[in-house]
Design a protein around this ligand. Structure first.
Ligand code: NI
Length: 212
């Protein structure tokens, strides 16, 4: 068997074997790369950036996840990818978002309104937490071709972008918890359908209203 396998291997041009996309290892909470501010991308058109984005897209699809920031794959650069599928948009409310690459992003809130919502993170596996985010934002940056990209977003779309861009400043969503009771294992989420841990324990009016 071995000679046949070897012949098959050597017949492939090296590019198709070695230059294909790869699934990257995801850093988990506790790794220092997740706590450091990331550096700006100097040249969005560099071949290394294109390869990084291809691998990050593959890694996000495999996980599966809705977004991924470069520091999560041990690359301390200001680059994020995200997407909101039609199914997810239907479930969370809001719009579908095509796979987006955002380099050196800036995020600014539009208005003062913030809302609580549940988040998960590939770097914080098996957990979910309820954290506040701006309801409406404008975000900008460069795309993979180095062209300016600017969008306004609200709801889940806005939440995903804020979550991913937080990674570039060394912030994980548990750091945004207002009440540590709002951090739960996803396996226990069934106990909190339509309710949240802190709202259940404290009868705070605001908690009940803002749950989403
Ligand atoms: Ni995350």
């Amino acid at each position: 068997m071995w000679p046949l396998l070897w012949d098959g291997w050597t017949l492939q041009p090296p590019d198709s074997i070695f230059a294909r996309m790869a699934i990257l290892k995801i850093a988990r909470m506790g790794h220092p790369v997740l706590l450091r501010p990331a550096a700006p991308v100097a040249d969005p058109l560099a071949p290394g950036i294109r390869k990084l984005v291809a691998d990050m897209l593959e890694t996000m699809r495999d996980a599966p996840g809705t977004g991924l920031a470069a520091p999560q794959v041990h690359v301390p650069l200001r680059l994020v990818i995200f997407t909101v599928s039609s199914e997810r948009a239907a479930r969370e409310g809001g719009e579908e978002v095509p796979p987006t690459v955002l380099i050196n992003p800036r995020v600014e809130p539009l208005g003062e309104e913030a809302a609580y919502g549940w988040e998960g993170c590939l770097s914080v596996p098996d957990l979910a937490g309820r954290v506040p985010r701006w309801t409406r934002i404008r975000y900008s940056g460069l795309d993979l071709e180095g062209r300016p990209l600017e969008r306004e977003a609200e709801g889940f779309h806005a939440r995903v972008v804020q979550h991913e861009c937080d990674h570039l400043d060394g912030i994980l969503y548990p750091q945004r918890l207002h009440d540590a009771r709002d951090l739960i294992f996803t396996s226990e989420a069934r106990h909190w359908a339509g309710q949240v841990p802190s709202a259940f324990a404290s009868s705070s009016e605001a908690d009940g209203k803002e749950a989403s």
